[in-house]
Write a protein that binds this ligand. Sequence first.
Ligand code: DMJ
Length: 562
Amino acid sequence: MVFRKLPGVSASGMGLRLSQKFVFLLFLSGLVTEERLPAGKTQEDPTLIRSKTESASDRAVLYDQSANSDFFSYKKFKKCLLKPPLGRDNGTPSDPRTSERREKVKEMMKFAWDNYKHFAWGKNELRPLTRNGHIGNMFGGLRGASIIDSLDTLYIMGLMEEYNDAKEWVKNSLDLNSNGEASLFEVNIRYVGGLLAAYYLTGEELFKDKVLELGEKLLPAFNTPTGIPRGVINLGSGTSWSWGWASAGSSILAEFGTLHLEFVHLSELSNNPIYREKVMNIRKLLNKIEKPHGLYPNFLSPVSGNWVQHHVSIGGLGDSFYEYLIKSYLMSDKTDDEAKTMYYSALDAIEANLVQKSPGGLTYMAEWRGGILDHKMGHLACFSGGMIGIGADDGALDKKQHYLDLAAEITHTCHESYTRSATKLGPEAFRFDSGSEATATRLSDRYYILRPEVIESYMYMWRLTHDPKYREWGWEAVQALEEHCRVDSGFSGIRDVYTVTVSHDNMQQSFFLSETLKYLYLLFSDDDLLPLEDWVFNTEAHPLPIVRKSCLQDEATQTASK
Ligand code: DMJ
């Protein structure tokens, strides 16, 4: 994920407006986007020979036409799950207090949804103060981001009337023939992730059809000399280019490193290997390239395949790349050893170079600029408590407890960033220098835009430890959201978490519905609602099933021999 969605600034890839001059430069660079083959292909490779005359999207179409549409069997997939997705009783917790809290979260979701529906239906996000819709420029003319992001949340909460409205909208109004400039990353995590999750949870073919149609439109972004995709793609023409703010036309680690889970599923559903090939190519390049101190810098040239500058962060620009390494391993039913090795080596490097202890005893992840530490932690980096937690059990024997402890310490620090504010919500970034500990020092870092990362870590740590404090911390967040972010017509971000006389930013982010409220709901549910034995959550909290190849093949053989 990237620095976007700053309060009061219309959303673009970075929450920054591109100047008109820059848009013109982007246009020019788009004109010279080359059509090249992925690195690492040999002339003998039959797919390569074919690619010489067909563009990547042509190839995808050919596969579609020749593929047996029954190849992916939803029935077989369901049989390979270990547990029912919604649990025995939709995850209803046995104790009444937790149950009441869960109901409260469901009510918040309904409130956020109803207002979106009433004032912004079909637009990307709700502006709750001005009571209108926001479209923005991250999704290349696609609409309904809040609808796609909400499908699975509505479904797991049992808000069926609302889910059906969302489904009907996808069926009748989701138009994928848009012609605008989209962030590959954002479209992937929200639209591709949201549609995939909706399909796997419900078995409704329309979600599968839509997601395969959309997946195909993203493929031209990979047509670079290295196969590392550029950040921006025109969904109509397939032209792609790099963000203007990214130094020297580079691609961003957290963007091209956050495609793996969704693209593996696109290959599963389409029986077209191209999606998996694209992300495996990224993986191979990253594995091979030399890394300063074992760290992955945030900017890489899609032309040369070299790092562009040495800024390393577990927060914005880097974050979900690390998340997708461990989740790729888990989603492969623990067969993807390359992802596993890369994840634990990266974590070793992070521990050796970035993890710090403050004078007051708080563990945090600093940022690294060519060897110099910046003692700042972004709200975005707070997802890492949950990430380190879910990876603990597969770490080296002598490190499992250490990882779990580290995950708990980071989550504790992030909770401190909330408790040390007047609103009990955390700032966008907090610092550990000049006498400050887990507080924002700059005015520009004081905002909270309904982000999920801290609550996400509470949810994972609850599942892993069942320490009641995580539910209590989640409940503190619910109360703070209700008090400071709930307005008459939805939920809004706030500009300064350190004052209770709040100023609202007039934006109900779509990730509030897909992530923040879903993670809260799961925190107050039994563990058998979307059990971690069967599901991994993409970085927008859309649940994707673990791919059990051997079971799926056995099932296929058994069905064929009947
Ligand atoms: C979401 O879109 C995703 O979680 C992304 O990985 C990071 N940022 C936002 C929420 O803060």
